[in-house]
Structures are given as structure tokens and as C-alpha cells.
Design a protein around this ligand. Structure first.
Ligand SMILES: [Zn+2]
Length: 263
């Protein structure tokens, strides 16, 4: 795979004069990828989440429909990964640092004249920081600010769809399709953190009885899901579907940001 396909939309690659002259800053979103560098089991590189942000951008922007536009901010590659404490290879920043970094990007792109910020987030641990920070951005700078939604993935087993939450069939398949040379599929394992019908301590983020688990509590290998079921072929199919979904979400952000004609 050759990427990034979005080189000509990457803000750090532009001169100040070019950024100043961009004609669609009122409505074209600036896309900020928020990822993570953290253990992803014995078979995947630790940069999976940071890498996937670049893969999605590269694939989605190549599929943007006519009339849509966007620009790309430098990614935040290290995320809030304290849940992966104790595994080698995990880097992390605090929630306060993550919030400050996102706010700093928003403040500056607003100062450059952009009016819309869209986050493509590839790490679940960032979500509890992201949502209130985007609301803060709206309140502080008046930017439209949101998260690009990911598409639901078809053909996963119920167990994988419910508890394949980290380095399982889905993520492993994506990375095998996008960067096989950085994987070690022979070391893939199947380890679910909970049984169907008995979630134990693994509850959805919004559940009332949330237990603050860290990965060590619920997985020996660091895998939560069935990585042995992954294939590059599934990965290619799911990357295609996911990229279409993100391209549509970017186009929707463009529509939402355009000034409405008077009634
Ligand atoms: Zn991941």
C-alpha cells in the first residue's frame, strides 16, 4: 500500500501562504487523527492504533466524493493508554495532556481560519477524553467539532463483535492487510476477556457499574478477542468498507459545515 494519498491535503506540508489562500476553510473540516502506541498482543506492532489512523485517512481521502474537501492536521500518535500499563511497548500521555494537545490544535486551526474539526479516533481509551474536549472546543472557539463515526463491521461472530475489543480478529486482519511485514501471525492467540452473557468486569463505557479494569486484569496475552481467526483477505474487505464509511462521514461534515442558503 502506498500512502499517504493525502499528501496534498496535509497542512504541515503547506507554506503559510498556501494555507492562507485555501478557498474552503469555512466548511472543509480539518481532520485530526488520535491514536495510541500500546501493546497489541504478541503478534502485532505497538503502533497499531497510530498506524490505523494513517491507513484510514489514506484510504478514505482517496475515496472522497466530488465536491467534498478536507485538510489533515499532524496526528496525535501517543494517546491515553494507561489501561495498558505494565506491558512493554506502551507509551502514554495523561488525559490532561491529551486534552491540551487537542485544544492546542483546535485553537491554532481556528486562528488560521478553519471552522470545522473532525477527529478520526482509533483508540477506545481516548474516547472519555475526546468527547468533553470537543464540546469545550465548540464552546471556546465556535468550531464545529465532532468524531467521524466508524462503520459497523459485518460478519463477525457475536463473541468477537461483543468482546473482540483489542488486537482480536478485526484489528489483526486490518494490520495483516495494511502492513503484513510488521506482524507475526504465527504468535496470534485467542483470549476473550469475558463470556457472552457474563461480561464480568468488562462493561461498556457507559454502563452504571463500570469497573476500572486495566488490560492485565482481563488478559494474560494482551489480546482481547480471537486473533487466530484473522486473515489479510478479511482485512482488505473490512478496510474497504471502513474507508467508504469514513469518506462518507467526511463528505457529511462538509455538507454540515457549508453555509445554508436562505429559506
Ligand atoms: Zn488497537
Amino acid at each position: 500500500m502506498t500512502f499517504p494519498s493525502y499528501r496534498d491535503r496535509y497542512l504541515p506540508a503547506m507554506t503559510p501562504r498556501r494555507i492562507e489562500a485555501l478557498p474552503d476553510k469555512e466548511w472543509a473540516p480539518v481532520i485530526l487523527a488520535t491514536g495510541a502506541i500500546e501493546q497489541h498482543g504478541p503478534h502485532l506492532p505497538v503502533a497499531v492504533d497510530a498506524l490505523m489512523g494513517q491507513v484510514w485517512l489514506s484510504l478514505a481521502i482517496a475515496r472522497l466524493p466530488a465536491g467534498a474537501s478536507c485538510y489533515v492536521a499532524p496526528p496525535i500518535t501517543i494517546g491515553k493508554s494507561n489501561e495498558h500499563t505494565g506491558f512493554p511497548g506502551t507509551l502514554m500521555i495523561s488525559r490532561d495532556t491529551l486534552r491540551s494537545q487537542i485544544l492546542a490544535v483546535a485553537r491554532q486551526v481556528h486562528a488560521w481560519g478553519f471552522r470545522s474539526l473532525a477527529v478520526i479516533n482509533t483508540h477506545g481509551g481516548n474516547v472519555p477524553v475526546l468527547i468533553p474536549t470537543l464540546r469545550e472546543i465548540r464552546a471556546l472557539y465556535g468550531l464545529r467539532a465532532g468524531v467521524l463515526p466508524s462503520r459497523p463491521v459485518p460478519d463477525l461472530s457475536e463473541h468477537e463483535a461483543t468482546f473482540g475489543i483489542h488486537a482480536g480478529e478485526l484489528e489483526t486482519s486490518w494490520v495483516m492487510a495494511a502492513a503484513l511485514q510488521h506482524t507475526d501471525p504465527a504468535r496470534a492467540v485467542c483470549e476473550y476477556p469475558a463470556k457472552l452473557g457474563d461480561p464480568g468486569e468488562v462493561r461498556p463505557v457507559a454502563a452504571p457499574a463500570l469497573v476500572a479494569w486495566i488490560s492485565r486484569d482481563i488478559s494474560k496475552s494482551g489480546v482481547m478477542g480471537d486473533a487466530t481467526a484473522a486473515t489479510a483477505e478479511k482485512g482488505r474487505r473490512w478496510l474497504e468498507l471502513g474507508a467508504e464509511g469514513y469518506a462518507e462521514a467526511i463528505a457529511e461534515a462538509c455538507r454540515a459545515g457549508r453555509p445554508q442558503p436562505p429559506p
